[in-house]
Design a protein around this ligand. Structure first.
Ligand SMILES: NC(=O)c1ccc[n+]([C@@H]2O[C@H](COP(=O)([O-])OP(=O)(O)OC[C@H]3O[C@@H](n4cnc5c(N)ncnc54)[C@H](OP(=O)(O)O)[C@@H]3O)[C@@H](O)[C@H]2O)c1
Length: 334
């Protein structure tokens, strides 16, 4: 590496797709990385294929299965014990998407699994590590100048969770919508599988979990001042070839990238998506609070990121406040 290390960035889900492709730019920018995955062995072997030996020296692997809240607690304790310096930036990236399930899969605590992994696991992880990250403000060399690096959290959101965008209104199987949160209010355990307490729709369960991710960003930003921490979300574009789509029919997997490349023009390579995530999580120009960073749904060369308008389902104060507070209870923080 040669140059001095700026600080510590934690990222979840680095065995494929966006997370894997975020590693290289983070290391290139001079950060030490904590890669959180459900198997250290797999994560190490996969990272080794795309990174140099000297880059590998700056990655630490921590095992957490985000579907299991006990695992999140244990993994976070390990992190707090192992690293003497606080974490400067957290990237909540890992996710599961299983649109063909007939019955919900359940997490070890009995919750519908995509909500458990994508939202609950990350929500608990962020909150356990919050005091640590809040203590991390330090001077670093950014773009050749010494500057204060404010603690930062970046959460992967998506267009299909944002009703303000066309992609957020796709009715198959239904747009993201938490309704009156009856599922959360009633404990979210079997037979409940959806936040709104209604019938299980696996594709919607994923969208709802991403909606919860984006609500968490807005709610945390209200609770923790921008003087102390920058919390935002990002839609890096349609990264149509990642393993996220592994449970879709093979014909969909074949046609989806073509459709995104040539029809919607929303296609983004995994490499560019990783670069964008690393930038939003670490560069000064993205240090604005509560922004949902996007490059738009039609990708244009050289286009700059902008703050995407969010739907009321994300910023609606009552439902989002309740989502935040009910999640605190469901993950055992209250
Ligand atoms: N692809 C897109 O078009 C797109 C668009 C917008 C937003 N996003 C968001 O971008 C993020 C990354 O998606 P991707 O497309 O890169 O998907 P991906 O290739 O499927 O990567 C998902 C990562 O999450 C990890 N993961 C899954 N379950 C886990 C668990 N229980 N505990 C810990 N890690 C777990 C996976 O690890 P394993 O190898 O262990 O399964 C993998 O490393 C997601 O948040 C997704 O919602 C993607």
């Amino acid at each position: 590496m040669g140059k001095s290390i700026k600080g510590l960035v934690l990222i979840t889900g680095t065995t494929s797709g966006v997370g894997l492709n975020t590693l290289k730019p983070l290391l290139r920018f001079g950060w030490e990385v904590i890669a959180v995955n459900r198997s250290n062995k797999r994560a190490f072997e996969i990272a080794q294929k795309s990174l140099t030996d000297s880059e590998m020296k700056n990655i630490n692997f921590i095992e957490i299965d985000l579907s299991n809240l006990d695992d999140v607690r244990n993994g976070c304790s390990e992190i707090l014990k192992k690293f003497k310096k606080p974490i400067n930036s957290i990237i909540c990236n890992a996710a599961v998407y299983k649109p063909r399930l007939r019955k919900p899969e359940r997490s070890p605590q009995g919750f519908e699994n995509s909500m458990a992994v994508n939202h609950f696991g990350h929500f608990l992880l962020m909150h356990i590590l919050l005091d640590n990250i809040l203590s991390s403000e330090k001077e670093i060399d950014l773009n050749g100048r010494t500057t204060k690096f404010k603690p930062r959290i970046t959460v992967l959101g998506t267009v299909t969770a944002n009703y303000s965008e066309l992609g957020g209104r796709i009715p198959i199987p239904a747009p993201a919508d938490l309704g009156n949160l009856a599922g959360f209010k009633n404990g979210f355990l079997s037979p409940i599988s959806m936040a709104n307490g209604k019938r299980f729709k696996p594709g919607k369960a994923y969208k709802d979990s991403k909606l919860c991710n984006m609500i968490s960003v807005q709610e945390l930003s209200k609770r923790y001042s921008k003087e102390r921490i920058i919390i935002n979300s990002i839609y890096p574009g349609c990264v149509a070839e990642t393993k996220l789509f592994r449970d879709t029919p093979w014909l969909f997997r074949f046609l989806f990238p073509i459709f995104q490349k040539f029809i919607t023009k929303g296609y983004v390579s995994q490499r560019l998506a990783g670069e964008r995530v690393a930038q939003v999580a670490t560069l000064k120009e993205y240090a604005k609070p509560a922004v949902h960073w996007s490059w738009g749904n039609r990708q244009k060369l050289g286009r700059k990121a902008f703050s995407q308008k969010l739907s009321n389902r994300i910023i609606d104060t009552e439902i989002s406040r309740q989502t935040y507070e009910l999640t605190r209870k469901l993950v055992g923080l209250d």
